[in-house]
Design a binder for this molecule. Structure first.
Ligand SMILES: Cc1cc2nc3c(=O)[nH]c(=O)nc-3n(C[C@H](O)[C@H](O)[C@H](O)COP(=O)(O)O)c2cc1C
Ligand SMILES: O=C(O)C(=O)c1ccccc1
Length: 392
């Protein structure tokens, strides 16, 4: 990837030609362009345990996808789409593209370079990243890999409030620009495959990058984690999240950071209103990719009601089920300011580390640009529900 990359208005067309010309010379893409094929390829490259971990509850995952099929884009013609803008404005900054990489924990299961490979690919393409609390690499390393490209920190709110404050302060120090508190995972859902495979990655000591590097976490251990990893894992399991949290606790977070706070995992419009009352800066509509509640509402079905409840007072972001550019288009037309891209980039990571992630992201950018143009629009930030129809 050249270091002069910018999302240009002819990006989609250029990428098409580049991939096509390479194909003509016998170099067909090794990372599948089609998302279903990409997922299959990635599964073949992973152990059954890793496949199970990346999976979810069939029903909620299926619901996420089906919800996208109920909305269709109605392209408009003859509107001069020669100048296109993929950027969106959020929390006072302009993101070059209308998506961020979703926080996905324990990526060392997928590839040894884990979140660092992801960060390098993202930075080269100016794609923002949201780092998980449960990352394999620590937040300071990932922040320096991201440099000037926007990066936010996802918070799992520990039972140990001092640890929570420490994580947030480290994120602020390291240059993260927002804190995204995940609300839907105060416990882990009943995940058939992980339980069947006896595979909970953090029980194997993975995904503790931000914990073993934290002074508050270390102080609570009988021995240093390097000497006694088992004690570190046991402590982590005891304190990692806090099902006793309530709306009142958000004030604690506010006292410990100057960064904007977003809440991830909202589906009910009353929770969205409650979030506004608590003075937060943004919401992420999500059902955690169908990994937490079997039978949960599809995230896209929840989006319009949350957007209506929020009435533009704070940005509403969206994730769960984004597989190609048209999905991003639909979520933005339904009122999301930006989306989080989840599993697809991990499928790229599984097959080619940094290069694999980069391929997937470049294809997304191209498809985003072409989808916008061919639908008759010039800016993702200006899309409205008029761009879509709902299946009767
Ligand atoms: C393997 C895996 C691990 C995840 N880990 C986290 C996490 O640590 N923190 C978090 O807030 N969300 C986590 N998520 C949820 C994602 O941030 C996002 O909500 C979800 O992947 C969206 O669904 P999709 O990938 O099907 O589009 C994880 C998702 C997956 C698939
Ligand atoms: O698996 C997840 O969905 C998730 O959020 C998580 C939580 C803790 C560790 C790793 C991932």
């Amino acid at each position: 990837m050249s270091d002069t990359f910018h999302v240009s208005r002819s990006y989609g067309f250029e990428r098409q030609l580049q991939v096509y010309m390479a194909g003509l010379q016998g170099q067909r893409p090794t990372i599948a362009v089609n998302p279903e094929a990409l997922e299959q390829q990635a599964s073949a490259a992973m152990t059954p345990e890793a496949q199970g971990y990346l999976g979810g509850m069939g029903s909620s995952m299926r619901a996420n996808r089906e919800a996208f099929q109920r909305w269709q884009i109605v392209p408009r013609m003859l509107r001069d789409v020669s100048q296109r803008d993929l950027s969106v404005e959020i929390l006072g900054t302009r993101l070059p593209v209308p998506f961020l990489l979703a926080p996905i924990g324990v990526l060392s299961i997928i590839h040894p370079e884990a979140e660092l490979a992801v960060a390098r690919a993202a930075k080269a393409l100016e794609i923002p990243m949201l780092l998980s609390t449960a990352s394999s690499k620590n937040m300071e390393e990932v922040a320096s890999a991201m440099g000037e490209t926007p990066h936010w920190f996802q918070l799992y709110w520990s039972k140990d409030f001092d640890l929570t404050a420490s994580l947030v302060q480290r994120a602020e120090q390291a240059g993260y620009q927002a804190i995204v508190v995940t609300l839907d995972t105060t416990l882990l859902g009943w995940r058939d495959q992980d339980i069947q495979n006896a595979y909970l990655p953090f029980l194997l000591g993975q995904g503790l990058g931000n914990y073993v590097s934290d002074p508050v976490f270390r102080r609570a251990l009988p021995d240093p984690p390097e000497e006694n990893p088992f004690a570190a894992v046991r402590h982590f399991v005891n304190i990692f999240t806090n099902p006793a949290l309530t709306w009142n606790d958000l004030a604690f977070l506010r006292q410990h950071t100057k960064l904007p706070i977003l809440l991830k995992g909202i589906l009910h419009p009353d929770d969205a209103r409650r979030a506004l009352d608590s003075g937060i800066e943004g919401i992420v509509v999500s059902n955690h990719g169908g990994r937490q509640v079997d039978g949960a509402q599809a995230a896209l079905d929840a989006l319009p009601r949350v957007v209506d409840a929020v009435k533009g007072q704070v940005p509403v972001l969206f994730d769960s089920g984004i597989r190609r550019a048209s999905d991003i288009f639909k979520a933005l037309a339904l009122g999301a300011r930006a989306v989080l891209l989840g599993r697809p980039y991990v499928w790229g990571l599984a097959q080619g580390g940094e290069d694999g992630v980069s391929e997937v992201l470049q294809n997304f950018l191209a498809d985003l640009d072409l989808t916008l143009a061919l639908s008759g629009h010039t800016s993702y930030s200006a899309l409205t529900r008029d761009a879509l129809v709902r299946e009767p």
